[in-house]
Design a protein around this ligand. Structure first.
Ligand code: AMP
Ligand code: GLY
Length: 426
């Protein structure tokens, strides 16, 4: 099967690694990819938000299945573009329609969807310039802390957790009146603060059936002990000890099932991954957010534990036959640790040579590239999150230690990583 994977991060390297193991895959293209994905298939220099260019490539290379990694092309309607084109509509497509992607692309859409389907989430209200004064009054009387969310995509930066009313009102003004995130913050969702442990649960759906993939916990803060600024994710572990079978049963009954049933009943075209960003509030799961894609760096621990053939899963999803798929999972613990550029998540420099990343690290470790590129035959840094090391072991502490050991052999100017990933479970 001729497959095209869209994206270029650590998530896509992990997906490319997994897709490439399938006997069905021949060949695998990755657009635009990175030097890591180049080890799993053929990189193609395409702008994945240029749907016409992606479509042309699919026709000329007779692509049979497209798998979309990141949210942006989905929110912009790449699925709908393919389905509206006679030459492209027969291609198997993993990724939801523009409407389905609104679960991530609009917080207000997601909240209203959850309300309609009785899915547990924080109480909320939405505000725009039209009811701005009401918003200010609402904030003045709101319990602290207060969570404000830009409605649209804001590169993971659209959430503010405000400790007092003055800060919350200033944030509302900045988002709505001063367009802090442009169009994305013209509408703001204000919601109650939920206290608990967060985890990421993943499913793949064909719009009717679904299968649950291994869960993961992502470490978002830059510093040890979960201190400092938020990042895209500094590491992840899977499984998550708080995701006991009793807890996961609640997640499935109260959240996953009603979400997929809601998608089905509302006639939303959705063949692809659903990422449930959850919080465990005293044993009860609540949805913090939906994403219409896999997580990064969660994918780097999910794919390494997934034993079932990913191409088989994706094909079954496109045929609405996911109910016939069996998901097998490696019982070992996986830990991934992200190495980032000095300064990240604020300003950082790029272009530093990376050494030690292509050694042989034994069977239980993998290096996944994120922000890297090849320059004059050398791999250099090309982003904030540069690469991550995933290791598997029966013991989580050991898995983390193996990843740390591999990282100690890798070098680039200004390299930084957390040494405490999975700390609360070790
Ligand atoms: P999001 O972009 O929706 O994932 O939000 C970013 C982060 O803000 C989440 O990972 C949570 O840590 C935090 N957050 C969002 N909503 C809430 C909430 N209602 N209560 C507590 N924390 C939240
Ligand atoms: N790691 C969180 C995300 O991918 O959104």
């Amino acid at each position: 099967m001729r497959i095209l994977l869209l994206g270029s991060g650590g998530r896509e390297h992990a997906m490319a690694w997994k897709l490439n193991q399938s006997v069905w895959t021949n060949p695998l293209y990755i657009a635009p990819g990175n030097p890591g994905t180049a080890q799993c298939g053929i990189n193609v220099p395409l702008d994945i938000n240029d749907f016409e260019a992606v479509g042309k490539f699919c026709i000329s290379e007779r692509i049979e299945m497209v798998v979309v990694g990141p949210e942006e092309p989905l929110v912009n309607g790449i699925y709908d573009y393919f389905k509206a084109n006679e030459d492209l509509q027969k291609i198997f497509f993993i990724g939801p329609s523009k409407e389905g992607a609104q679960l991530e692309g609009s917080k207000a859409f997601a909240k209203a969807f959850m309300l309609r389907h009785n899915i547990p989430t924080a109480k909320y209200k939405e505000f725009t310039v039209d009811n701005y004064e009401e918003g200010v009054r609402y904030l003045q009387n709101h319990e602290l802390p207060i969570v404000l969310k830009a409605d649209g995509l804001a590169a993971g930066k659209g959430v503010a957790i405000c400790a007092n009313h003055v800060e919350a009102i200033a944030e509302l003004e900045w988002m709505i009146q001063e367009a802090k995130f442009g169009e994305a913050s013209k509408k703001v969702v204000v919601e109650e603060f939920l206290e608990g442990i967060e985890l990421s649960v993943f499913a793949i759906t064909d719009g009717k059936n679904y299968k649950i993939l291994p869960e993961a916990k992502d470490y978002k803060r830059i510093g040890e002990g979960d201190k400092g600024l938020n990042t895209g994710g500094m590491g992840a572990v899977s499984p998550v000890p708080i995701a006991t079978s009793a807890f996961m049963q609640k997640v499935e009954e109260r959240i996953i099932k009603p979400t997929i049933d809601g998608i089905y009943k509302e006639g939303i075209a959705y063949t692809g991954f659903v990422f449930f960003g959850l919080i465990d509030v005293k044993g009860d799961p609540y949805v913090i957010e939906y994403n219409c894609r896999m997580g990064d760096p969660e994918t780097e621990v999910v794919m390494t534990r997934l034993e079932t053939d990913l191409v088989g899963i994706c094909v079954a999803a496109t045929q609405q036959e996911l109910d016939q798929v069996e998901i097998r999972v490696d019982p070992r613990k996986a830990a991934t640790i992200m190495a980032v550029s000095r300064g990240y998540p604020l300003a950082f420099e790029k272009g530093f040579p990376i050494t030690g990343h292509d050694g042989k690290f034994g069977k239980q470790s993998l290096v996944f590239h994120a922000g890297t590129k090849e320059e004059n035959g050398k791999v250099v840094t090309n982003g904030g999150r540069v690469l991550c090391v995933t290791s598997l072991d029966d013991d989580l502490t050991e898995a983390v230690n193996i990843s740390l050991d591999v990282l100690s052999n890798i070098e680039f100017e200004g390299m930084y990583y957390r040494t405490d990933i999975g700390f609360e479970f070790r």
